[in-house]
Design a protein around this ligand. Structure first.
Ligand code: SAM
Length: 318
């Protein structure tokens, strides 16, 4: 199946692009960090906005970085690709000797390049080894490794918490029974077929395996771990009036980002009914979005994958 193309023939369409650029205000020039450069859609728009703008583009995925580097080659030394985890943003910046950051963008989740790949194991549309690692160079366990190693309760917890799948216990039980009978889950098809058979209701608008696949992807890549600390570090690195924009695609990520930005905007963290505030929370940022910004219907008609996107933005105070 051919991958749907984004702008410029790129295999991923950047989500909430106009809104992201409005909040980042890159036309002012300076250094921007695109923490999830993917195929470079957002970075391209940032670089096009001013000749004085530079972008450090981080991604875990070597294939994505290679795409982005080709796409952004004409910007020459204004674009620096880095293969890293965005949680290490402080050390990445340190290695560049740069600490005057005008804006940080994080656009979470997988790109269409990954999701539409017939070999990376992110989607049950293709039969492939059940891999799901964003960084395939690392000694990270694949989804198949996790399903082989983890106890049943832990598999059930992952599928329930990260996939919000009500049938999690039954799916985990079937996975473990299958491996005990000498048939471990090795491929996307093995897993999709098992979840389909375990489903109590197959007449749903989405494939019964959708939530289980999402849950395993989050677990394999540790997508929620340290996200709160990352938000704090990224905003701390901004210069005054620097901008932070986060785009998330599911409620678990959005909740972490929302709570951390709330804390950074000075909301008291003391338990209710404490007469005098003692948490020492200080106001480090000002929110630019009172509620999350979501895509217009025009955007979701053109790019259904944008449907669940939520954007939150803030600016650094002095
Ligand atoms: C939704 S895509 C970004 C698309 C990009 N904005 C564009 O316009 O093409 C998310 C990207 O983030 C990368 N990614 C996810 N988690 C990461 C992490 N912790 N550190 C670095 N990159 C990560 C993925 O490999 C993927 O390429």
């Amino acid at each position: 199946m051919a991958a749907p193309l984004g702008g410029n023939g790129a295999p991923h369409r950047p989500v909430l692009l106009g809104e992201t650029i409005n909040f980042l205000a890159p036309e002012r020039g300076g250094l921007f960090v695109d923490c999830t450069v993917g195929t470079g859609g957002h970075s391209e728009a940032i670089l096009q906005s001013s000749k004085l703008t530079r972008v450090i583009g981080i991604d875990l995925d070597a294939e994505a970085l290679s795409h982005a580097s080709k796409r952004l080659a004409s910007f020459e030394e204004r674009f620096y690709p880095v293969q890293a985890n965005f949680r290490d943003i402080a050390s990445v910046l340190h290695s560049f000797g740069d600490d005057e950051v005008r804006g940080v963008l994080v656009d979470l989740g997988v790109s269409s390049l990954q999701f539409d790949s017939p070999v990376r194991g992110f989607s049950f549309r293709f039969d492939a080894p059940l891999d799901m690692r964003m960084n395939q160079g690392e000694e990270v366990e694949t989804a198949a490794d996790l399903l082989l190693r983890l106890p049943e309760e832990e598999i059930a917890r992952i599928i329930y918490e990260y996939g919000e799948e009500r049938n999690s216990r039954r799916i985990a039980q079937w996975i473990v029974e299958s491996r005990e009978q000498g048939n471990p889950i090795k491929t996307t098809k093995d897993l999709a077929d098992l979840v389909y058979r375990a489903a109590r209701n197959r007449k749903t608008s989405i494939h019964p395996a959708t939530r289980t696949f999402q849950a395993l992807r989050i677990a394999v890549n540790g997508e929620l771990e340290g996200l709160d600390k990352f938000v704090a570090t990224a905003t701390d690195l901004l210069q005054p009036d620097g901008r932070f924009v986060a785009i998330s695609f599911h409620s678990l990520e959005d909740r972490i980002i929302k709570q951390e930005l709330r804390r950074l905007s000075g909301y008291c963290q003391c338990p209710p009914r404490v007469p005098v505030c003692s948490c020492g929370t200080r106001r480090a940022v000002e929110m630019l979005t009172r509620r999350p910004v979501t895509p217009s219907t025009i955007e979701t008609d053109q790019n259904p994958r944008a449907r669940s996107a939520k954007l939150r933005a803030c600016r650094k105070l002095i």
